[in-house]
Design a binder for this molecule. Structure first.
Ligand code: PLP
Length: 398
């Protein structure tokens, strides 16, 4: 069955499974399907491959393999980190996080608030950056954990995780970072970063959905979130997702090999795309700081057009991109990230995220650039002038 042509510019949502990764995982679905916890050789052989994968991922983030807990996804890793800090420090009821985290963190913190915990959602500046002085002074004696994402999934804006970790260390408070979008795009060295806990998700790294990890620094108190069998050295119950773990290990090896490419070829394609959009399309402006930013992400607002319409016409041309405003239920609430940066609701609703990956080519960028200006012009032509005036998107948030 031949695949329809797809021009994929949504790599922050998920990535294609690399052929090498698929190849590595298939034997664990087809032949080596034993339970790794079983005592017989057929199971124990599988366990060896899990150890192998753990070592490869350890190498990607410079962690001891024993510091890695496999989870089902980035969401579970984020929830688990915060949950563990609260359970292991019952006298501390406060969580410090930011207003621009992924919903994996924000929604969990909303839930905690409803159940009696205290949460501070730090505001961000108009370029998406954090005020570190404010972060430092917001840490309280009852703060159980500070959780701040490394790279924003919507704008690509990168936070200074090493500095934040140093602040938390000096205050004696646990620090967790959601590095889901950083993996494969930025070098990760947990020792250099000085973080206590770090989340990753394999499907952003050219591996399948349904597998993630939580790094827990040695000697950090940890309490499991998923309680059951003694898997993951008693830190996460549930029979291991063996094929996906092997896939994650192979993807980690490839990520190390592709890091330079993400930062040169992918960055060059992203820059070409972004500067052409900003130059050629009137009323287009970037959301978020130009730097420091992920090399693959560009978030752009288009004056007086709704992102929904743009995405529909892009889709008709076989192009996948996304709007920060579309959540999994398909509702078009304006993006909480752009609103937190001070964008108007109209600007947030006119913004599109393009996120590139290692499989994008220059020809695909040219294809997108051939279609996009016409799409914006067509939508503007369909919007009556009075309505366009009523819907200014406002100033760019830098
Ligand atoms: N954190 C960030 C920054 C993300 O971008 C995502 C997914 O988009 C997640 C967490 C959740 O990861 P998962 O889809 O594996 O649950």
């Amino acid at each position: 069955m031949s695949q329809p042509s797809v021009y994929y510019f949504d790599n922050n949502a998920t990535t294609r499974v690399a052929p090498e990764v698929l190849e590595a995982m298939l034997p664990f679905l087809r032949d080596q399907w034993g339970n790794p916890s079983s005592a017989y050789t057929f199971g124990r052989q599988v366990a060896k491959h899990l150890d192998d994968a753990r070592a490869k991922i350890g190498a990607l983030i410079n962690a001891d393999p024993r510091e890695i807990i496999f989870t089902s996804c980035g969401t579970e890793s984020d929830n688990s980190a915060i949950h563990s800090a609260l359970v292991t420090h019952p006298e501390k009821r406060h969580v410090l996080t930011t207003a621009v985290e992924h919903s994996a963190n924000i929604k969990f913190c909303d839930f905690l608030q409803k159940h009696g915990h205290k949460v501070t959602f730090l505001p961000v500046e108009s370029d998406g950056s954090l005020d570190l002085h404010l972060l430092e002074t917001s840490i309280r004696p009852d703060t159980a954990i500070v959780s701040v994402m490394w790279a924003n999934n919507e704008t690509g804006v990168v936070f200074p995780i090493e500095e934040i970790a140093a602040i938390c260390r000096s205050k004696g408070v646990l620090f967790h970072t959601d590095a889901v979008q950083a993996a494969g795009k930025l070098k990760i060295d947990v020792k250099e970063l000085g973080v206590d806990l770090l989340s990753l998700s394999a499907h952003k790294l050219y591996a399948p959905k349904g597998i993630g990890l939580l790094y827990v620094k040695r000697r950090t108190k940890y309490h499991p979130y998923v309680i059951g069998g003694g898997q993951e050295r008693g830190r996460r119950g549930g029979t291991e997702n063996t094929a996906n773990i092997v896939a994650f290990g192979r993807a980690a090896e490839l990520a190390m090999a592709h890091l330079a490419e993400e930062n040169t070829r992918v960055r060059r394609l992203r820059d070409k795309l972004e500067s052409a959009i900003l130059d050629k399309i009137p009323g287009a402006s970037r959301n978020g700081a130009k730097e420091p930013r992920l090399p693959n992400t560009s978030n752009v607002a288009f004056d007086a057009v709704e992102a929904e319409g743009i995405l529909l016409l892009l889709d008709q041309a076989g192009i996948c991109a996304s709007s920060g405003s579309a959540c999994s239920t398909g509702s078009l609430d304006p993006s909480h990230v752009l609103l937190a940066m001070g964008c108007s609701a109209a600007r947030a609703r006119s913004s599109i995220r393009f996120s590139l990956g290692i499989y994008n080519t220059e020809a695909e960028v040219d294809y997108l650039l051939k279609h996009l200006p016409g799409i914006i012009a067509k939508l503007r032509a369909q919007t009556p002038a009075e309505e366009q005036e009523r819907r200014p998107v406002g100033a760019p948030a830098l």
